[in-house]
Design a protein around this ligand. Structure first.
Ligand code: PLP
Length: 407
């Protein structure tokens, strides 16, 4: 996390030569420099290495995995197994590279699919009458609905569990750790949490959840906005499930993974017959994670965090705008920069969807709606700007020029 003396402008200057070289590797970005893609929290663009991996796989190796024993089938099976280890390595799993690794990697369709699989195929079979689970109620709907589905499923079988909301503080955009003791009790059996918030871009400090629930309660982490954006270490986070989407981490849509371990319960295994895996997606995921590793997730985080800081700092000087979450951090000199490449705001007079259209007419592609946030029923949208390694200072400044005119 940046220190209070953090200087985003210096970061941007230091990293600019490194970033310029990486940006060149994204054909959709360099081929459309009149546009600025500022919606990477929704989905990220793909570097040439990922496009090449997809092309190579489909033109040299394409076959089904774990079925058949001929050359291409074997190579595809190897690709799938190898990519599991690439995922382990990427997530800082100490068991990466070990033939006897006990941690599991299961490919899914994405985060939504992965969280639902953990809920249905692991959690539902482990809860008994009177158990309590803690779930986030102001995070992405993908990390809220599956847990309520478990509650309904069990209730239909006569098993009644309590679903409690993880206390959340709108003003800081973080969970309210001071209120944790009020929701944790000896019947707490599971916690679902988010690593980086998809609206506010803040790190949700999952270590505080671990402190509150103690060493025995499994934690499932929605890492949709952190994998591919910042270094992530499952060893340090001390969580039991990490769920993410490939497409937000520079790979193709339709592939994701559930990383899990069996230290606080049985191993996770998706239920029922597993059909053909998304082998092309897995090929893209292998290439994407290797590319991100070589680029350095630490530097990617520094770059995107500094771009977000530049935007937040400028918005703070424009009273027409209200930046959501982390309001406490907006005081001068404070760590407003604690946003991992995501900044969400509203104009005080212009409705957010109108603002989205205006920005689009200037070639600035942002997200403007309710951002799939659970519990958001006020009908008030917001505008989200989210960046990745290919975005530049000039793009943020182009955005700020238009926002400044509208202020
Ligand atoms: N969780 C978070 C935090 C997200 O930001 C998103 C997507 O925006 C999801 C889950 C759902 O991801 P997917 O649509 O890839 O399943």
């Amino acid at each position: 996390m940046p220190s209070p003396a953090y200087d985003p402008e210096r970061e941007l200057k230091d990293l600019e030569p490194w970033q310029r070289e990486l940006r060149e590797q994204f054909p959709i970005i360099t081929g459309n420099s009149h546009l600025a893609y500022l919606d990477s929290a929704a989905t990220a663009q793909k570097p040439q290495a990922v496009l090449d991996a997809v092309h190579t796989y489909l033109t040299t190796t394409n076959a089904n995995a774990a079925r058949g024993a001929y050359l291409w089938a074997n190579r595809t099976t190897e690709l799938v197994e190898r990519t599991k280890d690439v995922v382990r390595h990427f997530l800082g799993d100490p068991e990466a590279g070990r033939r006897d690794a006990r941690s599991g990697v299961h490919f899914t369709g994405g985060t939504t699919d992965g969280l639902r699989a953990v809920a249905r195929d692991w959690l539902a079979g482990r809860l008994t009458d009177g158990d309590v689970i803690l779930v986030p109620a102001a995070d992405h709907r993908a990390n809220h609905e599956p847990w309520l589905e478990v509650q309904r499923l069990l209730a239909a079988r006569g098993v009644h569990i309590t679903v409690r909301e993880l206390p959340y503080q709108e003003s800081s955009g973080d969970y309210d750790h001071r209120a944790f003791p009020g929701v944790v009790d000896p019947r707490t059996r599971f916690v679902a949490a988010t690593h980086v918030h998809h609206v506010h871009g803040g790190d949700m400090n999952v270590h505080r959840i671990r402190e509150a629930v103690g060493p025995d309660v499994p934690i499932c982490l929605d890492a949709a906005q952190s994998v591919g954006h910042l270094p992530l270490s499952v060893a340090r986070l001390d969580v039991d499930f990490v769920v993410f989407s490939g497409h937000k981490a520079l790979a193709l849509p339709g592939v994701g993974a559930v990383w899990s371990r069996d230290t606080r319960g049985p191993a996770f295994r998706p239920g029922g017959w597993q059909g053909t895996p998304n082998t092309v997606g897995i090929a893209s995921l292998e290439a994407a994670l290797r590319w991100l590793d070589a680029a350095g997730t630490d530097r990617i985080d520094r770059w995107t965090t500094a771009l977000a800081a530049r935007l937040t700092d400028a918005l703070r000087r424009l009273p027409a705008y209200q930046v959501l979450g982390c309001q406490a951090g907006l005081a001068a000199g404070a760590a407003v920069q604690r946003r991992h490449g995501i900044v969400t705001f509203r104009h005080r007079d212009i409705p957010s969807d109108d603002l989205g259209f205006i920005l689009d007419s200037h070639g600035l592609m942002v997200r403007a709606d309710d951002l799939c946030q659970a519990g958001r029923t006020d009908g008030q949208g917001s505008v989200r700007v989210s960046v990745h390694v290919y975005n530049t200072v000039q793009e943020i400044d182009r955005l700020l020029t238009v926002l400044g005119e509208l202020a």
